[in-house]
Ligand binder design. Structure first.
Ligand code: C5P
Length: 237
Protein backbone atom coordinates (compact mmCIF):
# COMPACT_ATOMS: atom_id res chain seq x y z
CA UNK A 1 0.00 0.00 0.00
CA UNK A 2 1.08 3.59 -0.38
CA UNK A 3 1.54 5.73 2.69
CA UNK A 4 1.75 9.48 3.06
CA UNK A 5 5.42 10.42 3.11
CA UNK A 6 6.19 12.58 6.13
CA UNK A 7 7.82 15.99 5.81
CA UNK A 8 10.06 18.10 8.04
CA UNK A 9 9.93 17.37 11.77
CA UNK A 10 7.25 14.73 11.14
CA UNK A 11 10.12 12.54 9.93
CA UNK A 12 11.64 12.40 13.41
CA UNK A 13 10.79 9.47 15.71
CA UNK A 14 12.19 9.59 19.23
CA UNK A 15 12.90 6.22 20.87
CA UNK A 16 11.65 6.09 24.47
CA UNK A 17 14.13 3.45 25.59
CA UNK A 18 13.50 3.25 29.31
CA UNK A 19 11.50 1.15 31.74
CA UNK A 20 10.74 4.29 33.75
CA UNK A 21 7.41 5.86 32.79
CA UNK A 22 8.14 9.11 34.57
CA UNK A 23 11.32 9.54 32.57
CA UNK A 24 9.48 8.67 29.35
CA UNK A 25 6.89 11.34 30.11
CA UNK A 26 9.64 13.88 30.70
CA UNK A 27 11.11 13.16 27.26
CA UNK A 28 7.65 13.36 25.65
CA UNK A 29 6.95 16.74 27.23
CA UNK A 30 10.37 18.05 26.22
CA UNK A 31 10.28 16.87 22.61
CA UNK A 32 6.65 16.86 21.45
CA UNK A 33 6.88 20.21 19.69
CA UNK A 34 9.64 18.95 17.41
CA UNK A 35 8.92 15.30 16.65
CA UNK A 36 6.45 13.38 14.53
CA UNK A 37 6.19 10.20 16.58
CA UNK A 38 7.44 8.38 19.66
CA UNK A 39 8.74 4.82 19.64
CA UNK A 40 7.71 2.40 22.38
CA UNK A 41 9.95 -0.64 22.35
CA UNK A 42 10.43 -3.83 24.29
CA UNK A 43 11.91 -2.16 27.37
CA UNK A 44 8.93 0.10 28.06
CA UNK A 45 6.29 -2.35 26.85
CA UNK A 46 7.52 -5.34 28.82
CA UNK A 47 7.76 -3.16 31.94
CA UNK A 48 4.35 -1.49 31.70
CA UNK A 49 2.29 -3.14 28.96
CA UNK A 50 -0.79 -1.49 27.56
CA UNK A 51 -1.10 0.84 30.55
CA UNK A 52 2.40 2.16 29.91
CA UNK A 53 1.62 2.55 26.25
CA UNK A 54 -1.52 4.54 27.09
CA UNK A 55 0.49 6.86 29.31
CA UNK A 56 2.85 7.55 26.42
CA UNK A 57 0.04 8.04 23.93
CA UNK A 58 -1.46 10.77 26.07
CA UNK A 59 1.33 12.95 24.66
CA UNK A 60 -0.95 13.18 21.62
CA UNK A 61 1.63 12.01 19.08
CA UNK A 62 1.32 8.82 17.06
CA UNK A 63 3.22 5.84 18.45
CA UNK A 64 5.55 3.40 16.72
CA UNK A 65 5.15 0.13 18.66
CA UNK A 66 8.42 -1.68 18.04
CA UNK A 67 7.96 -5.21 19.41
CA UNK A 68 9.71 -7.05 16.54
CA UNK A 69 7.23 -9.94 16.58
CA UNK A 70 8.49 -13.39 15.53
CA UNK A 71 6.48 -16.56 16.15
CA UNK A 72 4.20 -18.98 14.33
CA UNK A 73 1.64 -17.22 12.09
CA UNK A 74 -1.32 -17.88 14.40
CA UNK A 75 0.48 -16.40 17.40
CA UNK A 76 1.76 -13.34 15.56
CA UNK A 77 -1.69 -12.76 14.13
CA UNK A 78 -3.10 -12.91 17.66
CA UNK A 79 -0.45 -10.52 18.98
CA UNK A 80 -1.23 -8.04 16.21
CA UNK A 81 -4.95 -8.24 17.00
CA UNK A 82 -4.11 -7.66 20.66
CA UNK A 83 -2.26 -4.40 19.98
CA UNK A 84 -4.72 -2.98 17.44
CA UNK A 85 -6.93 -1.38 20.14
CA UNK A 86 -3.89 0.71 21.14
CA UNK A 87 -3.96 2.25 17.64
CA UNK A 88 -0.20 2.34 16.96
CA UNK A 89 0.87 4.11 13.76
CA UNK A 90 3.50 1.45 13.00
CA UNK A 91 4.31 -2.05 14.23
CA UNK A 92 7.28 -4.32 13.54
CA UNK A 93 7.93 -8.00 12.93
CA UNK A 94 10.96 -10.04 11.85
CA UNK A 95 11.03 -10.80 8.13
CA UNK A 96 12.83 -14.07 8.95
CA UNK A 97 9.51 -15.35 10.38
CA UNK A 98 8.63 -16.06 6.76
CA UNK A 99 5.88 -15.43 4.24
CA UNK A 100 3.03 -17.11 6.13
CA UNK A 101 3.78 -15.19 9.33
CA UNK A 102 3.97 -11.81 7.57
CA UNK A 103 0.87 -12.51 5.55
CA UNK A 104 -1.03 -13.48 8.73
CA UNK A 105 0.06 -10.20 10.33
CA UNK A 106 -1.10 -8.28 7.27
CA UNK A 107 -4.52 -9.90 7.43
CA UNK A 108 -4.71 -9.05 11.12
CA UNK A 109 -3.88 -5.33 10.66
CA UNK A 110 -6.51 -5.07 7.98
CA UNK A 111 -9.16 -5.71 10.59
CA UNK A 112 -9.14 -1.99 11.43
CA UNK A 113 -9.81 -0.68 7.91
CA UNK A 114 -7.41 0.87 5.45
CA UNK A 115 -7.27 4.44 6.72
CA UNK A 116 -6.60 3.66 10.38
CA UNK A 117 -4.48 0.56 10.10
CA UNK A 118 -0.89 0.63 11.35
CA UNK A 119 1.96 0.35 8.88
CA UNK A 120 3.47 -3.12 9.03
CA UNK A 121 7.27 -2.86 9.01
CA UNK A 122 9.70 -5.73 8.68
CA UNK A 123 13.10 -5.97 10.30
CA UNK A 124 15.47 -7.83 7.97
CA UNK A 125 18.89 -8.42 9.56
CA UNK A 126 19.57 -6.95 12.99
CA UNK A 127 22.36 -4.43 12.72
CA UNK A 128 24.08 -6.21 15.60
CA UNK A 129 24.73 -9.20 13.29
CA UNK A 130 27.83 -8.99 11.10
CA UNK A 131 28.92 -11.44 8.40
CA UNK A 132 30.54 -13.84 10.87
CA UNK A 133 27.53 -13.80 13.22
CA UNK A 134 25.29 -14.54 10.23
CA UNK A 135 27.55 -17.34 9.10
CA UNK A 136 27.31 -18.85 12.61
CA UNK A 137 23.52 -19.09 12.26
CA UNK A 138 23.81 -20.65 8.82
CA UNK A 139 23.43 -17.58 6.58
CA UNK A 140 26.07 -17.43 3.85
CA UNK A 141 26.66 -14.46 1.57
CA UNK A 142 26.85 -11.62 4.07
CA UNK A 143 24.40 -9.04 5.37
CA UNK A 144 23.53 -7.11 2.20
CA UNK A 145 22.45 -10.18 0.26
CA UNK A 146 20.36 -11.38 3.23
CA UNK A 147 18.80 -7.93 3.73
CA UNK A 148 17.71 -7.85 0.09
CA UNK A 149 16.39 -11.41 0.17
CA UNK A 150 14.33 -10.81 3.33
CA UNK A 151 13.17 -7.38 2.18
CA UNK A 152 11.76 -8.83 -1.04
CA UNK A 153 10.07 -11.66 0.84
CA UNK A 154 8.54 -9.25 3.38
CA UNK A 155 7.24 -6.78 0.80
CA UNK A 156 5.81 -9.59 -1.34
CA UNK A 157 4.06 -11.01 1.75
CA UNK A 158 2.34 -7.72 2.58
CA UNK A 159 4.73 -5.59 4.65
CA UNK A 160 4.37 -1.85 4.00
CA UNK A 161 8.01 -1.14 4.59
CA UNK A 162 11.23 -1.95 6.34
CA UNK A 163 13.35 -0.95 9.29
CA UNK A 164 16.91 -0.67 8.03
CA UNK A 165 20.32 0.66 8.88
CA UNK A 166 21.46 3.91 7.23
CA UNK A 167 23.89 2.12 4.94
CA UNK A 168 21.11 -0.10 3.56
CA UNK A 169 18.77 2.74 2.58
CA UNK A 170 20.11 3.46 -0.90
CA UNK A 171 20.47 -0.26 -1.73
CA UNK A 172 16.82 -0.80 -0.78
CA UNK A 173 15.62 2.27 -2.68
CA UNK A 174 17.52 1.08 -5.77
CA UNK A 175 15.93 -2.36 -5.48
CA UNK A 176 12.36 -1.42 -4.54
CA UNK A 177 11.83 2.20 -5.59
CA UNK A 178 10.06 4.93 -3.64
CA UNK A 179 7.06 2.88 -2.47
CA UNK A 180 8.13 1.02 0.69
CA UNK A 181 8.25 2.98 3.94
CA UNK A 182 11.85 3.04 5.16
CA UNK A 183 12.35 3.71 8.87
CA UNK A 184 15.97 4.21 9.82
CA UNK A 185 17.68 4.05 13.25
CA UNK A 186 21.43 4.41 13.75
CA UNK A 187 21.33 8.19 13.35
CA UNK A 188 23.90 10.48 14.91
CA UNK A 189 24.14 14.27 14.44
CA UNK A 190 27.65 15.55 13.65
CA UNK A 191 28.35 16.53 17.25
CA UNK A 192 27.11 13.30 18.91
CA UNK A 193 29.12 10.21 19.88
CA UNK A 194 28.18 6.94 18.20
CA UNK A 195 27.36 5.03 21.47
CA UNK A 196 27.11 1.35 20.47
CA UNK A 197 25.79 2.03 16.97
CA UNK A 198 28.49 0.81 14.61
CA UNK A 199 27.36 2.25 11.26
CA UNK A 200 25.80 5.65 11.63
CA UNK A 201 24.72 8.56 9.41
CA UNK A 202 23.68 12.10 10.20
CA UNK A 203 19.97 12.96 9.90
CA UNK A 204 20.63 14.87 6.66
CA UNK A 205 22.58 11.98 5.11
CA UNK A 206 19.88 9.43 5.95
CA UNK A 207 17.11 11.58 4.45
CA UNK A 208 19.21 12.29 1.35
CA UNK A 209 19.77 8.54 0.92
CA UNK A 210 16.01 7.94 0.92
CA UNK A 211 14.84 7.43 4.51
CA UNK A 212 11.20 8.36 5.17
CA UNK A 213 11.52 8.44 8.96
CA UNK A 214 14.59 8.50 11.19
CA UNK A 215 14.64 6.99 14.69
CA UNK A 216 16.77 8.79 17.26
CA UNK A 217 17.25 7.70 20.85
CA UNK A 218 20.22 8.65 22.96
CA UNK A 219 21.39 11.74 21.03
CA UNK A 220 18.10 13.25 22.23
CA UNK A 221 17.14 11.37 25.39
CA UNK A 222 20.72 11.37 26.70
CA UNK A 223 21.34 15.02 25.89
CA UNK A 224 21.69 17.62 28.61
CA UNK A 225 18.72 19.40 27.03
CA UNK A 226 16.53 16.92 25.11
CA UNK A 227 14.20 19.67 23.88
CA UNK A 228 17.08 21.54 22.25
CA UNK A 229 18.58 18.36 20.82
CA UNK A 230 15.25 17.41 19.21
CA UNK A 231 14.73 20.92 17.86
CA UNK A 232 18.22 20.94 16.35
CA UNK A 233 17.57 17.69 14.48
CA UNK A 234 14.07 18.72 13.41
CA UNK A 235 15.49 21.91 11.94
CA UNK A 236 17.55 20.01 9.36
CA UNK A 237 14.81 17.62 8.23
O1 C5P B 1 19.82 5.46 21.15
P1 C5P B 1 19.80 5.14 19.69
O2 C5P B 1 19.61 6.36 18.81
O3 C5P B 1 20.94 4.28 19.26
O4 C5P B 1 18.45 4.29 19.55
C1 C5P B 1 18.10 3.68 18.38
C2 C5P B 1 16.78 2.97 18.53
O5 C5P B 1 16.55 2.25 17.33
C3 C5P B 1 16.70 1.97 19.66
O6 C5P B 1 15.36 2.00 20.17
C4 C5P B 1 16.99 0.65 19.01
O7 C5P B 1 16.29 -0.42 19.59
C5 C5P B 1 16.44 0.87 17.61
N1 C5P B 1 17.06 0.06 16.57
C6 C5P B 1 18.40 0.11 16.23
N2 C5P B 1 18.91 -0.66 15.23
C7 C5P B 1 18.11 -1.45 14.58
C8 C5P B 1 16.75 -1.51 14.88
C9 C5P B 1 16.25 -0.72 15.89
O8 C5P B 1 19.16 0.83 16.81
N3 C5P B 1 18.59 -2.18 13.58
Amino acid sequence: MTHDKPRGADRLIVALDTGDLVRAKTWIDACSANVGMFKVGLELFTAHGAAGYAAVATGGKPVFLDLKLHDIPNTVSGAVRSVLPLAPRMITLHASGGTAMISAARHAVEMVGTAARPLLLAVTVLTSLDASALSAIGVAGGPTQQVLRLARLALDAGADGLVCSPREVSVLRDAFGPGPALVVPGIRPENAGSNDQARVMTPEQAIAAGADWIVVGRPITGAENPAEAAAAIAAVL
